[in-house]
Write a protein that binds this ligand. Structure first.
Ligand code: NAP
Length: 296
């Protein structure tokens, strides 16, 4: 039985946030630049409201300028595109984050395409996606980048390692594959149509799971000694009208088999916001032709 190590996302995120805050303070003191992050919320989805509020709070804690734009759930695409065009021109804003999901009358891709790639702190714009895959400069999506930082903290050298990712979304799985390829891993990207998924997973020295399926990955899917990054966030109902958040990996079953695993909550989630702050600081520097700050 292995002594499975817990990868403490909260502690790693706190360190990254404090590094970002120190760099932001230096940028202000030396050049008078205050990085600015603007969140855009369309509609009144309760979960999105919580996410937007916590991103605003984290921005202020990092010493950034925090802006918030809200549109009603009935707003049309043209209204949102006009707002984005204004934010693209606003020099106080270095990062634009449009909270997803958007109401059905708005085309998500049109909105992503409209954001100035230099302010695209989510890293979803085609220019940033292309940069990531081709090895050029890019703002990298926050969640997979946070996963990579957690992996590096556990296993500094990833070259030659067999990595399996379950989930191929543009938000998590695909950019994660690009990042691990960049690290010289041998990458398998699995999805809902993949055959013999447990056997694929069992090949993995590194297993990243972003499927959105509660406890999909069982203990016997894991190679002994694997490092497991669980991106999933799933609410499951419990008796008595209660509920609990679980990941995409059966956490208890992984104990004694995995070398290390991220908990849910407290693993990947906190890294996502920390990486958003990092991207905003990076955007504030790169937009002005300044060198990238050496953090993360
Ligand atoms: P998504 O867009 O729904 O994509 C899910 C992916 O998983 C798809 O590629 C899908 O395959 C695959 N999949 C679904 N069920 C599967 C199964 N039974 N076997 C194999 N593959 C399966 O989701 P997402 O945005 O990537 O998010 C994934 C999870 O991560 C969700 O729980 C989400 O809440 C969580 N998340 C967490 C954070 C964080 O900060 N911690 C950030 C983002 C997302 P197909 O392509 O074939 O449909």
């Amino acid at each position: 039985m292995l002594d499975t190590k817990l990868i403490d996302g909260k502690a790693h995120a706190a360190k990254l946030r404090s590094d970002v805050a120190a760099r932001a303070a230096a940028l202000k003191a030396e050049r008078g630049i205050v990085p600015g992050l603007c969140t855009v919320l369309v509609g009144d989805d309760p979960a999105s409201q919580i996410y937007v509020r916590s991103k605003g709070k984290a921005s202020i804690e990092a010493g950034f300028a925090s802006f918030e734009e809200k549109l009603s759930a009935q707003s049309g695409e043209a209204e949102l595109l006009t707002l984005i065009a204004r934010l693209n021109r606003d020099d106080r804003v270095d990062g634009i984050l449009v909270q997803l999901p958007l109401p059905s009358q708005i085309n998500r891709q049109s909105v992503i395409d409209a954001i100035d790639p230099e302010k695209d702190v989510d890293g979803f714009h085609a220019q940033n996606v292309g940069g990531l895959w081709s090895g050029g400069p890019a703002l990298i999506p926050c969640t997979p980048y946070g996963c990579l930082l957690l992996l590096h903290a556990t296993q500094p050298k990833l070259s030659g390692v067999e990595a399996v990712i379950i989930g191929r979304s543009n938000l998590v799985g695909k950019p994660m594959a690009a990042l691990l390829l960049r690290e010289d891993c041998t990458v398998t990207l699995a999805h809902s149509k993949s055959r013999a998924l447990p056997a694929i997973a069992r090949r993995a020295d590194i297993l990243v799971v972003a499927a959105g399926h509660a406890e999909l990955v069982r203990g016997d899917w894991l190679k002994p000694g694997a490092v497991v990054i669980d991106v999933g966030i799933n609410r499951i109902d419990l008796p008595g009208g209660k509920s609990r958040i679980v990941g995409d990996v059966a956490f208890a079953e992984a104990q004694g088999i995995a070398a290390a695993i991220t908990p849910v909550p407290g693993g990947v989630g906190p890294m996502t916001i920390a990486c958003l702050l990092r991207n905003t600081l990076l955007a504030a520097c790169l937009r002005r032709g300044l060198p990238a700050p050496p953090i993360g």
